[in-house]
Ligand binder design. Sequence first.
Ligand code: APR
Ligand code: PHB
Length: 394
Amino acid sequence: MPAHRTQVGIIGAGPAGLLLGHLLHTRGIDSVILERHGRAHVVERVRAGVLEQGTVDLLRDLGLGARLAREGMRHAGLFLSFGGERHHVDMAELTGGRAITIYGQNEVVKDLIDARIATGRPLAFEVADVEIGGIETTRPSIHYRQAGRAETLACDFVAGCDGFHGVSRASLPAGAVRVYERTYPFGWLGILAEAAPSCAELVYARHDRGFALFSMRSPAITRLYLQCAPDEDLADWSDDRIWSELAARFACRDGWTPAAGPILQKGVTPMRSFVVDPMAHGRLYLAGDAAHIVPPTGAKGLNLAVADVWRLADALARFYRDGSTTELDTYSERGLRRAWRAQRFSWWMTSALHKAETENPFDALRQHAELDYLVSSRAALTSFAESYVGAPLS
Ligand code: APR
Ligand code: PHB
């Protein structure tokens, strides 16, 4: 069985694993990234698309922001639609100039893969049967199969960046961690449409028929979501039904409606909130979706993953510089603080905008009052904008 060695073994080539590999590279630390799927699958997966200011700044500072600067769409504000009115929120004005940038997560992944390949450091796709051993020792190892051959990678540290369904979290000893979880009684039906976005900014809509979201991927592609059942059958949703439901949920007195076009892709995403505490055990450190999931309403998932690996890379760099584990020891505590703030905001946005299955008229009017207060109070709007654009990395 051939054995290899590295300083940090990284499981998963999503945004968390790839960015961690790059941050370590810039600090002269060696890593191997192991990914279960093939490159095309990883690059083509349609996921979220909102980058916080801190994420954009980091990618630019790392020299990874050239295409992002060209193709990313900076949004200084967004719209909230409810009660038949669209209200504009000027996030940049409320936050001293901070904004979000629309750039597909798969585009981030594409840029990170190109950057990884340019460094010449190892990135293996299509590895199977990944198992982690020895995390309570100073010599953990990763066992896996590649092209049918059994391989072992000896590491100083293992970074579990393998998402919600990965093996890393499952490798933590039972009893060493506690899980906090909440599922929601609805999902999002998402589409990509070949249509020029008919609004320059995102529109989040609360309607008695349910939530809807207008977003985009490029000047030619619109991305739209509709609240649906978590197990909604896509077969029940013809293109016509989708467009008429969207038109109904976005209906407002200013007459705005999303421009329609051929639907390129459809999917249903369930929604959950999930946190594992602590985010580390022994020499295994979890980052990104492996450690926490937020419902997509606040657009925080990718940005939380970026904040985790930024912190982890610094903590590992400190260890390799002077042997200190001080920052590694507080990695989980610091990560959980940011993760819980994102949980709070994503839960709040989800609850304020979605129609509850058991909604009674009281709840509908309370939700309306919540949004009405938000758009009429500068203090409330400032708090909302501050959470939406995201805190600087810390
Ligand atoms: N072995 C190797 N790789 C694995 C394994 C495994 N056993 N299990 C999962 N993976 C890979 C997946 O194929 C995926 O490419 O780990 C990667 C995890 O990537 P993501 O799911 O994108 O998670 P993460 O990098 O933490 O990014 C968080 O992704 O889903 C969004 O909302 C989320 O936007 C957030 C971001
Ligand atoms: C998206 O563009 O995919 C998107 C935008 C905002 C969200 C979630 C997803 O809150």
